[in-house]
Design a protein around this ligand. Structure first.
Ligand code: ADP
Ligand code: MG
Length: 609
């Protein structure tokens, strides 16, 4: 038999190799934009014609290339970013394999003008089917201007495989948004068929998110920020009301590279559990930074998939960070019930903002993190709000919360509890567990336990700055722990101390409670401390901030009024008043519902169904 094996000609081999990197116009967009970023550009303009099928152009003001680099960069394995094999194992160079431009040149007509910052003239080069057609000096404009035309002109099968223009353009937009999101300090423009679609100036991450995804995110972004020795996270989650049935805006970046990870998405969703309906997805923009050595890079870079050496640590870290953010600044669905008429007329709500109060409001975290220039005006305009109704109409939830805070301030100033009188008659304890409050449009059932957890939690967070009043125990109580728990308890003793729990290590495995905060009655504290240890043990890798958070949460839970506890009328009133002075009266720090609202319509339905 004759020999039948032959080597593929270079240009065909190149085209096959290119198929891996360049699947569609959006792949070209990604590679060219990433190159511009790597070149240190501060301004990048992407110009698209016919969804990139006709032309994709990227103009940057980066460092440019010398004449010989301009030719070299289209060679296979040509890169300035990898010097040794070790570089391959670092996430920072992941995806740099010197393949992109070579692949693009194998499947399109490429034209490039480039000039370094110190050169007198630039280089103009055209390439087709992997070979240089022309190369000549050109006018010196600093940076690189590269055009990729007629993608897949030499592979009709691939070209036919492309989707409709609107589908391909959607892919391009996705890439553009991901890249622009990860680089808020760089200005980007996107022009599609001569129309300027995006023009985003450099700024902060939250400004970038709003610029890319729309003004409806403006006051809906909750900052996330946590750090441990091995992993850091920062970014934003959107408030639960921004969740949608489509898996819309879910962005994870690992070491600033966009990645897709159903596993991490789940970590975020789990933190949102109970806050959004089961069939909806939260929006988030989260940046995880970790040691490259902890990332398994055996995954193909263009697939945007990633595997962590230790999945579980990253999962619980992400979930805890999101929970923490939700709990701390937690974000309420609007308080969409109207308050009782007398309440609406309370001084606290009728009186105008004083200069001092306005300052206080502005100091408020929520305001600081979400107010842009325009928002301060909004605040000014509210000065003569006279009652709840008006207030309610024009405010989004954050501003509403701030008004509630403002009511607190009023209370401190004049010792008038804003809700007390108005609800004297209407508050009733039901089954020693719930508080029934009538409102104008129906009623509320408030879970006394969850409500009290919220109140105490908020109070303890503040105690972190101020010392607590403690009551020494007449007879100190001692308890013993296992060896492992002993070590952990020793670790948290100082924190407990700062919350008024004076626990001392007696020696061996024995501890003694010397004093408790004055506001709690003795009993059950040993069990509570043991369950606190259990909770912390769940995730020993957590940052000390998260640990502290857990301690606060556990203390709030154990100190809170329980179900089945009968309350005196004044305590019911106090609970109610204090609950609605919280920034987040709707949800407990763990995301549990604090009250259920029944409108008259809801009540009517119960009868006529
Ligand atoms: P890689 O990015 O993996 O190094 P590419 O094929 O994308 O491989 O690019 C090859 C090389 O060409 C880069 O390493 C860089 O030195 C140079 N290069 C590509 N695009 C630009 C650009 N816009 N500005 C400056 N240099 C560039
Ligand atoms: Mg590249």
């Amino acid at each position: 038999m004759e020999d039948i094996i032959q080597l593929l000609p270079d240009h065909i081999a190149n085209q096959i190799a290119a198929g891996e990197v360049i699947q569609r116009p959006a792949s070209v967009v990604k590679e060219l934009m990433e190159n511009a970023i790597d070149a240190g550009a501060t301004h990048i303009h992407l110009i698209i014609k016919e969804a990139g099928k006709e032309a994709i152009q990227v103009i940057d003001n980066g460092k440019g290339m010398s004449p010989s680099d301009a030719r070299m960069c289209f060679e296979k394995h040509a890169t300035s970013k990898i010097k040794s094999i070790d570089d391959l194992f670092s996430i920072h160079t992941m995806g740099f394999r010197g393949e992109a431009l070579a692949s693009i040149a194998a499947v399109a007509q490429v034209e490039m003008r480039t000039c370094t910052h110190d050169a007198e003239v630039g280089t103009h080069i055209t390439i087709e089917n992997s070979s240089v057609v022309t190369q000549e000096p050109c006018q010196a404009i600093k940076g690189t201007n590269i055009s990729v035309k007629n993608l897949f002109f030499n592979i009709p099968a691939r070209k036919n495989f492309l989707k409709t223009n609107s589908a391909e353009f959607r892919h391009i937009l996705d890439e553009f948004i991901r890249i622009a999101m990860a680089h808020p300090h760089i200005a980007f423009q996107l022009t599609n068929n001569q129309t300027l679609v995006y023009n985003v100036i450099n700024g902060k991450l939250h400004q970038r998110i709003v610029a890319l995804l729309g003004n409806n995110y403006e006051s809906k972004l909750v900052p996330v920020s946590e750090e441990t020795d091995i992993v850091k996270i920062h970014g934003y989650i959107a408030t639960p009301d921004m969740a949608s049935k489509r898996k819309g805006n879910q962005y994870f970046f690992v070491n600033n590279r966009f990645i897709k990870s159903p596993y991490l998405n789940h970590a975020v969703s789990s933190a949102f559990k109970d806050l959004i309906p089961k069939d909806e997805f939260p929006s988030f923009f989260l940046f995880i930074d970790l040691d490259p050595a902890r990332i398994d890079i055996n995954v193909h870079p263009t697939k945007q998939e990633i595997k962590f050496d230790d999945d579980k640590i990253v999962y619980s870290f992400v979930s805890a960070a999101v929970k923490h953010a939700l709990g701390k600044y937690a974000i309420t669905p609007t308080l969409d019930f109207s308050l009782h008429a007398p309440t609406e007329n309370l001084d606290a709500l009728r009186l105008p903002f004083t200069e001092q109060k306005k300052e206080q409001t502005k100091q408020d975290f929520i305001f600081q993190s979400f107010t842009e220039k325009g928002k301060a005006h909004f605040l000014d305009k509210k000065e003569d709000i006279r009652n709840w109704k008006e207030l309610y109409k024009i405010q989004n939830e954050f501003q509403l919360q701030s008004e509630l805070l403002d009511a607190n301030t009023q209370k401190e100033n004049s010792n008038v509890l804003p809700f007390e009188d108005s609800f004297k008659e209407e508050l009733i304890q039901v089954s020693n567990s719930f508080i029934l409050a009538t409102t104008r449009h129906g009623c509320l059932f408030i879970d006394q336990h969850q409500a009290h957890i919220r109140i105490l939690y908020d109070r303890y967070v503040q105690y972190m700055q101020a010392p607590m009043v403690v009551q020494p125990l007449a007879i100190p109580v001692s308890f013993e722990l296992s060896a492992a728990d002993t070590a952990l308890m020793q670790e948290i003793v100082p924190t407990l101390h700062s919350f008024g729990y004076h626990v001392e290590h007696f020696g061996g495995d024995t501890f003694v409670i010397q004093a408790l905060p004055t506001h709690i009655t003795q009993g059950g504290e040993i069990e509570a401390l043991v369950s606190l240890l259990d909770d912390i043990k769940q995730d020993i890798n957590e940052s000390s901030a998260i640990q502290k958070e857990k301690i606060i949460l556990n203390l709030a839970k154990m100190d809170a009024i329980k179900h089945g506890e009968q309350l005196k009328h004044e305590n019911i009133q106090q609970l109610f008043t204090e609950l609605f002075q919280c920034e987040q009266p709707t949800l407990s720090p763990t995301g549990k519902k604090i009250f259920v609202k029944l409108n008259f319509q809801d009540i009517e339905k119960l009868f006529f169904r």
